[in-house]
Design a protein around this ligand. Structure first.
Ligand SMILES: Nc1ncnc2c1ncn2[C@@H]1O[C@H](COP(=O)(O)OP(=O)(O)O)[C@@H](O)[C@H]1O
Ligand SMILES: C=C(OP(=O)(O)O)C(=O)O
Ligand SMILES: [Mn+2]
Length: 528
């Protein structure tokens, strides 16, 4: 252990005269522009770029190996251990680095919309635009709440501080390190704003289950009858897009807790993908991009300052961050009852999973644990085309505890509240990636609407010959042939080969779950 008292140093930093605390949105916009961190666009949003890192860096993410948490963490490729000594030294350096800056931006607020379970957090940013992002993404305190605010977790983001692997003990210049004992997240070397929000999500995925609350990588909305729906899915599968629905009020687009009282949003804003965004297809998101919003890596015309959402020059993973209040129909505060419907979103790049199917209890558990989907281009470093992956709980990169912990909690809640679960493939149809096409958004929306309005409760279904999933024979607004993947492939033999190969991947992957009810695999897995 180093001898420097870092806790004291953090307190000193927070009392320095260079600290700008809880600036308003206009002030942060002014700072962003004055510091030339971004430009103003015609929409009123500011646009920024993030250099080399335009997506998350999972290989540079660590959890400090500490006596009090060591036995609880699911160590491995996602949760990589780093020593207390390495952390303390780096922490100390980053604090020194920030102390010497002319201005540092601090946001004090909350994670968790339910006052009973919320976590008071503070985020210390080197960049003004990151602090604007932070302000829009987390839960903003009232004046009164700010007076008594006492942070219980601190995120420190110093993107221009680059680690030296040889000296600092990291793998690269970039690091995202969580210390549960220090209650600190330390970020350096990357300007991708998503790291800030997802690191607090990882923290909540550790803290909430301790309070018997299930934390979930899902979006959520509620219908006119108070019927709550959750949409689980890895990045790019449609959580944000599909939860923005003019007929339903938005609870949140990405991270939720499910307590004994119901669901609540962890955040106070949304982080939408902008690639190919159009007013026609995604009106609410398009219109949320206005004053106060932050565009990340979207190309903007130098003179007209009109964003070009079709331009992927910097990355496919272009983003917009805005407060949830920028969506018309929302629940405020972002708290609702128990879900009646759960949708698992998967982007199947092989084009063999049905666009919608109804899951039995065992299938729901099987698919939640499997978390089969694709990593889509851009959200993680190095991913340039869809890559098949099994991401447990549809959120493996963010789960510090063993996946079975979350799955068991979900299973109990599904039982207790009699939730109907659907698997929705927003990925490929008519052939695999490169041959077929992405499922039409219009069709997915129609399928989701039918599911949420109960229209698929008692319909005729066809059993998928490989995966055993029950596929509705008809869905209003969707051609029947689209519903059966087999029918969308020109080459039947190729379809069968691909589907069987995927079934094999499912079986192979499921071997890692050794301590669970065998019926889950027997009754929930592929049938061929
Ligand atoms: N069938 C579809 N269903 C959902 N999204 C689709 C579909 N086809 C294309 N998309 C696009 O895929 C992206 C989904 O991203 P998003 O909703 O932000 O995912 P997430 O919130 O899960 O990360 C959006 O850019 C959306 O326009
Ligand atoms: C922000 C991210 O997630 P999502 O696409 O699910 O919003 C991310 O994975 O970096
Ligand atoms: Mn999203």
């Amino acid at each position: 252990m180093s001898t420097v008292d870092v806790t004291n140093k953090l307190a000193v930093l927070l009392h320095q005269s260079n600290i700008r605390e809880n600036l308003s949105v206009p002030q942060l916009v002014e700072k962003t522009l004055a510091r030339k961190e971004g430009v103003l666009t015609l929409t009123g949003a500011v646009a920024t770029t993030t250099g080399k890192y335009t997506g998350r860096s999972p290989k540079d993410k660590y959890i400090v190996e500490e006596p009090s948490t060591k036995a609880k963490i699911d160590w491995g490729a996602v949760n990589q251990p780093i020593s207390e000594d390495v952390f303390e030294k780096l922490y100390n350096k980053v604090l020194d680095y920030l102390m010497a800056k002319d201005e540092i931006f601090v946001f004090k607020g909350f994670a968790g919309a339910d006052p009973k379970y919320r976590l008071p957090i503070q985020v210390i940013n080197e960049f003004a635009w990151h602090n604007l992002f932070t302000h829009q993404l987390f839960i903003r305190p009232t004046e009164e709440e700010l007076q008594t605010h006492k942070a219980e977790f601190t995120v420190i983001s110093a993107p221009s501080f680059k680690a030296d692997p040889a000296v600092d003990g990291t793998k690269s210049e970039t690091f995202i390190i969580i210390s549960f004992e220090r209650r600190v997240v330390l970020i350096g070397g990357t300007e991708y704003a998503g790291e800030i929000k997802k690191s607090i999500f990882s923290v909540m995925n550790y803290l909430l289950p301790e309070q018997d609350i299930l934390s979930m990588h899902c979006s959520a909305n509620v219908g006119q009858e108070g019927d709550v729906a959750l949409f689980f899915g890895l990045s790019g599968t449609g959580k944000t897009t599909l939860s923005a629905d003019p007929k339903r009020r938005l609870i949140g687009d990405d991270e939720h807790g499910w307590s004994n009282n119901g669901v609540f949003n962890i955040e106070g804003g949304c982080y939408a993908k902008c690639i190919n965004l159009s007013r026609e297809k995604e009106p609410q998101i398009f219109d949320a991009i206005r004053f106060g919003a932050v565009l990340e890596n979207v190309i903007v015309d130098e003179n007209t300052r009109i964003p070009n959402y079709d331009d992927a020059t910097l990355t496919e993973n272009t983003r917009a961050a805005y407060p949830i209040q920028s969506i018309d129909n929302i629940v405020e505060p972002s708290i609702a009852g128990h879900p009646t419907t759960i949708i698992f979103l998967t982007a199947d790049a092989f084009g063999v999973l049905p666009p919608i199917s109804k899951l039995t209890k065992e299938q729901a558990m099987y698919h939640f644990l499997s978390g089969y989907t694709s990593k889509l281009a851009g959200t993680e470093r190095g991913i340039t085309s869809p890559q098949a992956t099994f991401s447990t709980c549809f959120g493996a990169p963010f789960l510090p505890l063993p996946a079975t912990r979350y799955a068991e909690m979900l299973g109990k809640k599904i039982d207790e509240h009699n939730v109907q679960v659907f698997l929705v493939n927003t990925g490929w149809t008519g052939g695999e990636y490169g041959v077929g096409n992405r499922m039409k958004l219009q069709y997915t929306r129609a399928m989701v609407q039918a599911a949420l309005e109960g229209e698929l409760n008692n319909v005729e279904t066809v059993k998928d010959p490989i995966f055993g999933l029950e596929i509705p024979a008809h869905v209003p607004g969707v051609p029947d042939e689209v519903l059966q993947p087999k029918n969308t492939w020109a080459d039947q033999a190729a379809y069968e080969q691909k589907a069987k190969a995927l079934a094999e991947k499912f079986r192979e992957n499921f071997k890692k779950f050794t301590n669970i009810d065998p019926n889950i695999e027997k009754l929930g897995g592929p049938i061929v």
